[in-house]
Design a protein around this ligand. Structure first.
Ligand SMILES: Nc1ncnc2c1ncn2[C@@H]1O[C@H](COP(=O)(O)OP(=O)(O)OP(=O)(O)O)[C@@H](O)[C@H]1O
Length: 649
């Protein structure tokens, strides 16, 4: 303990004891002195017992994070924008939940050790009961934004820190989280932190509004401001109404404004707002039926409203409920997709672009390459593409080139005459190319096709005829080939493993399917796959959102089938999901940056992550990814990944 810590302890002891003389001269704000008092009287803390910052173990932190998962996702953009502004001045950003646990964090990785020791880190517990007076804890206890600077802290451990915290409220008025910015070192006068506090307030308001708009995207929302130019870009007040015109949500500023207007006592930060359920007519001189007049349209229509008691005028626009919340409208001007292609997408914009390109290619005389990670739905796409075009009444034939031995692939594809080779039997066999005549031949894993077969396939495509093994006369065929590979075919060409001339003929057009983890329509996919089979608890849904889905749609489909088989209650719960799903550590922003810098290919990184999460249980990982154990071993071998169990001691 150093000298300044000793002096600080003496000050706190004197202040909280019945020392009237000391209280008169104490320089600290009333909010700080009240908090010191709470620390002693309510939480039984002893100022002379310094305690190091408390960081929760990962499994406990995970539970806190899960509860706030959806909110964290929405808040992230705001956190990163704030961090970019304050990082150069040595601040970190913390987002805590309503228990004071840091569930998201952005800070300087190079200072990780000292930040962690000071508790400016993921998992740090900053409630008053644990840490004494501190910005997060005191903002939680009072529901008010404040700066806790140096000696304002109760525990002398923290007196080097300067922290500013702002409560974030949910649309029902309850304190949901705390946004905090903190610095390990800062100049002495507390007044220097005014700007930091204002910046945190500004970003907290933006995060709160983003959360509000997300939660109320299916309701009528009024955006209000005393100044006309700000209504659209940065409204002060947001209020949501149901179809009958009853208030069902507000941002914090709107809550305080309406409470004042109606002369209602400000609600406690941890209770629900007493404004909920009030009819719009009781608040403004309008009715729910007038809202369409203020629809924020291309012409930017705005109206004015008067508060019902004070008569004060506010500028207003109204946002009408989204029509299909579970299936976002993508681009109304976009070309309509044929039903089989449209059925592949629940609103992901990247996928939509690819599907629209595909729709234009439907009847073009081109072969198509589909690229995408394993299980991303390449065959599903190929079938939908076939069903959407003019060949739809003709056969769709699929062959996985990696699944049949190279010695058989020739006769399977090209067919053979009786006795044309040993093992050919005494019956002729039509090859798949002939089976697909008039329709589509889907060649999966074409990158694994042996070079000699590539030469023969090229001849079929060039001459539009096939010569079965042992035959002397070719048979005319008209096929469209859709090929798929999880290899990047261009690279195979460069390495001499794939014929360039075949590659260019096959790749008349290339469609790339996004990985599941980057798709924005996960909820839609889940609901589609579960339709009529089971419903899902919110916690289980969160687990699915947290998972990285290295096996993409196949892994998702397998996971849901597993959960449907396991669940016994009313809904699928997290415990019904397969091992490893939702238990993989969610990637933090800092980690995300680190991952992209690693040299390993993306697929290898995901494979490693899954193996780690499943503690190197190969069967579990293969099941999760929807592939066989042999395929898993092949992939591990390809990237030089060795299980720790097989490493030499
Ligand atoms: N659009 C979809 N809707 C529902 N389930 C789908 C969809 N696409 C794929 N799936 C699921 O994922 C599984 C794998 O799909 P598909 O075989 O099309 O993927 P792939 O990319 O061709 O896989 P691979 O790379 O292993 O060949 C399907 O069996 C199905 O369970």
């Amino acid at each position: 303990m150093n000298q300044s810590q000793r002096e600080h302890i003496a000050t706190v002891v004197a202040s909280v004891s019945d020392n009237a003389q000391h209280r008169a001269v104490c320089q600290h704000d009333q909010a700080i002195r009240d908090s010191w008092q709470r620390c002693v009287e309510r939480y039984g803390l002893d100022p002379s017992r310094m305690q190091a910052a408390h960081i929760l173990p990962w499994h406990e932190l995970r539970e806190h994070r899960e509860h706030l998962e959806e909110f964290r996702r929405i808040a992230r953009h705001g956190l990163s924008a704030l961090y970019q502004q304050i990082a150069p001045a040595g601040y970190v950003v913390l987002l805590t939940d309503a228990q004071g646990v840091t569930v998201d964090y952005l800070g300087d990785e190079s200072a990780e050790i000292s930040l962690r020791r000071a508790g400016l880190f993921l998992g740090a517990q900053w409630s008053e009961a644990w840490a004494g007076t501190c910005a997060v804890g005191t903002a939680l206890a009072t529901g008010k934004a404040l700066t806790v600077h140096h000696n304002d802290h109760f525990d002398a451990t923290h007196i080097a820190l300067s922290c500013s915290a702002v409560p974030l409220f949910d649309p029902q008025g309850q304190l949901n989280a705390i946004l905090d910015i903190s610095a390990l070192t800062s100049p002495q006068p507390k007044s220097g932190q005014q700007l930091a506090l204002q910046l945190a307030r500004l970003h907290a308001h933006q995060i709160e509004n983003a959360w509000f708009e997300h939660r109320h995207r299916t309701d009528w929302v009024l955006k209000l401001s005393p100044a006309s130019p700000f209504v659209e870009v940065s409204p002060d007040y947001l209020i949501a109404f149901d179809a009958r015109g009853r208030l069902i949500g507000h941002n914090h500023r709107a809550q305080r404004m309406l409470e004042q207007e109606l002369g209602i006592e400000a609600a406690s930060p941890h209770g629900r707002s007493s404004l909920l359920g009030m009819p719009i007519e009781q608040l403004f001189n309008t009715s729910i039926n007038s809202l369409p007049d203020w629809l924020a349209s291309a012409s930017g229509r705005q109206g004015t409203l008067e508060r019902v008691n004070s008569g004060e005028r506010l500028y207003v626009t109204a946002v009408q409920p989204a029509r299909h919340p579970e299936r976002p409208v993508i681009n109304t001007s976009a070309q309509l997709l044929p039903a089989p292609l449209a059925a592949l997408n629940g609103g992901d914009p990247l996928l939509q672009q690819q599907l629209q390109r595909a729709a234009r290619l439907l009847n073009a005389p081109l072969h198509v390459v589909v690229q995408g990670e394993t299980g991303s739905g390449k065959e599903y796409f190929a079938r939908a593409f076939h069903q959407s075009g003019e060949r739809s009444s003709q056969p769709f034939i699929a062959l996985n080139c990696a699944a049949i031995p190279p010695t058989l692939i020739e006769s399977v594809l090209f067919g053979h005459l009786p006795g044309s080779f040993s093992g050919a039997g005494n019956k002729a066999r039509r090859g798949l190319i002939q089976e697909a005549d008039g329709g589509t031949l889907f060649l999966d894993e074409i990158g694994d096709m042996p070079l000699e077969m590539q030469t023969r396939l090229l001849r079929v495509l060039a001459e539009q005829e096939v010569l079965p093994v042992g035959a002397s006369r070719p048979v005319a065929v008209n096929i469209r080939v859709i090929s798929a590979s999880h290899h990047v075919l261009d690279q195979l060409v460069e390495q001499g493993r794939f014929r360039a001339d075949l590659f260019y003929r096959l790749q008349g057009a290339r469609i790339t399917l996004p990985a599941l983890r980057s798709r924005s329509d996960l909820d839609w996919l889940i609901d589609k796959m579960l339709a009529g089979k089971a419903s899902l608890s919110q916690a289980a849904r969160q687990c699915l959102h947290q998972h990285g889905w290295p096996g993409n749609l196949r892994e998702l489909s397998n996971a849901l089938d597993y959960a449907v088989a396991m669940f016994e209650g009313e809904r699928i719960e997290s415990a019904d999901l397969p091992e490893g799903i939702g238990t993989t550590a969610p990637v933090t922003l800092a980690q995300e940056g680190a991952l992209t810098e690693q040299a390993l290919p993306e697929e290898a990184q995901r494979l490693m992550a899954s193996l780690h999460a499943a503690r190197w249980n190969h069967s579990a990982v293969a099941r999760q990814m929807g592939i066989s154990r042999m395929t898993l071993y092949r992939r591990m071998q390809r990237y030089g990944i060795q299980s720790p169990n097989t490493l030499p001691a």
